[in-house]
Write a protein that binds this ligand. Sequence first.
Ligand SMILES: [Zn+2]
Length: 105
Amino acid sequence: MLITDLKCSGCGSMLTRGGLKYVIEIKSFADFDGYLEEYPGEIEDGINELLDSMENMETEELEEEVFQELVFILCKSCREKFVDDPFNRRHALEEEDVVSRGMLH
Ligand SMILES: [Zn+2]
């Protein structure tokens, strides 16, 4: 695959060919801890019900439900920001802070 113009997924700035860039791969998959919720009634009924509801789902939707892989390409500064605070929690906390401070006035 030849990539001619690559943009940073974070800030949208152009990434030059051969320049410094970072690939962020995010894999998210359903975790099964071996615990089955107690099902009222026959477990087989429960499984059949689950299979029925899965049949009604689009295959793609079902796959996304179980496994999703996201790939981002970031420039150096976006990568640093991402690694430092992947879920932007600091930003959320700051906003909370502003709200609570605002209430004091
Ligand atoms: Zn960037």
